[in-house]
Design a protein around this ligand. Structure first.
Ligand code: SF4
Length: 322
């Protein structure tokens, strides 16, 4: 098969003396070469924990991958040694974090940092590394004369461009971008997203874009996965999910987003709030907020229905409605 990444039945818990936070609960995901997937959900849905699991960066303790497989290019990353993980993070999978300063060192110039990353992963001279870094900076719109500047001399948007450069230096096969534009001004957000999308296509990288913004996903991704309480509750192509959402939570998300050209008084927020991952309800995790729930929903976790376009619900409610 063509899958570059396949996650099967992933469970990730944060275990302390007082409680077990069940952040990811049986997550399944697959991604083909060159494909981009939007991973959407509210804060606390487990999106970042999923990303950190793929990167093998779940903070232990208290974080533990308690079950499942993460197969990247045919290899289960869970059995990687630390050294294999380091290699994988350099050449295989790169991640862009929400806050650029997570990835930048404040006391080194951006040039020094980029060259250092290249020299760690590639057998090139310092001068060659410098040229490569300058070339890639140009691609993201950072001029050569900024090479010897320090991170604090850059605006937020420019810093994120440098971080994107850093993430791409070693030609990753998979790019994970975790809310890469959330910390930026709205106008800059669009520019940075454009850069990410262009580079993803140019280098035929696979990408997971993590966001709470369905609009961003529609513009940037091929597929979407909606996450709730550590599970994927619906997944499919953008068209399938955006025109024919089947899970009540997905429906609720679409009904609750403001649209530019419509009467926003009709917005219907989803009642209730994201469940506490240390005390998840029995049955369907969404049942306390679901207006369609039946008795079975309170007791039995729903199966995954459908093929390709899949959703996790006991009922094909919306087929009946139509
Ligand atoms: Fe709602 Fe039941 Fe479907 Fe869960 S399984 S989303 S509670 S109808």
């Amino acid at each position: 098969d063509n899958n570059i990444l396949e996650i099967k039945n992933l469970h990730v818990h944060y275990i302390t003396e007082d409680e077990t936070v069940r952040a990811v609960n049986g997550l399944n995901l697959s991604l083909q070469k060159g494909e981009s997937l939007g991973l959407v959900g509210e804060t606390g849905a487990g999106k970042t924990t999923t990303a950190l699991s793929i990167m093998q960066l779940v903070p232990y303790p208290p974080g533990v991958i308690t079950d499942g497989e993460i197969i990247f290019q045919g290899k289960n990353l869970i059995y990687n040694t630390d050294k294999e993980n380091q290699q994988m993070r350099g050449n295989g999978i790169s991640m862009i974090f929400q806050d650029p300063m997570t990835s930048l060192n404040p006391i080194m110039t951006i040039g020094e940092q980029l060259v250092e990353v290249i020299l760690t992963h590639k057998k090139v001279t310092k001068e060659e590394a410098k040229q490569q870094a300058i070339e890639l900076l140009k691609v993201v719109g950072v001029k050569e004369d900024r090479f010897n500047d320090y991170p604090h001399q850059f605006s937020g948007g420019m810093k994120q461009r440098v971080v994107i450069t850093m993430a791409l230096l070693c030609n990753p096969q998979l790019l994970i971008a975790d809310e890469p534009t959330t910390a930026l001004d709205v106008t800059i957000q669009a520019q940075v997203l454009d850069i990410i999308r262009e580079l993803q296509q140019k280098y035929n990288m696979s990408m997971i874009l993590i966001t709470h913004d369905l609009g961003v996903v529609a513009e940037t991704c091929d597929k979407v996965a909606i996450m709730y309480a550590g599970e994927i509750v619906e997944t499919g192509t953008i068209e399938e999910v955006y025109t024919n959402a089947k899970h009540p939570y997905t429906r609720g998300l679409f009904e609750s987003i403001p649209k530019l050209d419509e009467d926003n008084e009709k917005l219907i927020p989803i009642p209730g709030s994201t469940p506490n991952a240390a005390a998840l309800p029995d049955g369907c995790f969404f049942h306390p907020r679901c207006k369609y729930k039946q008795e079975i929903c309170e007791k039995v976790s729903p199966p995954v229905m459908g093929e390709g376009h899949c959703y996790k619900c006991h009922f094909s409610l919306f087929e009946k409605e139509q």
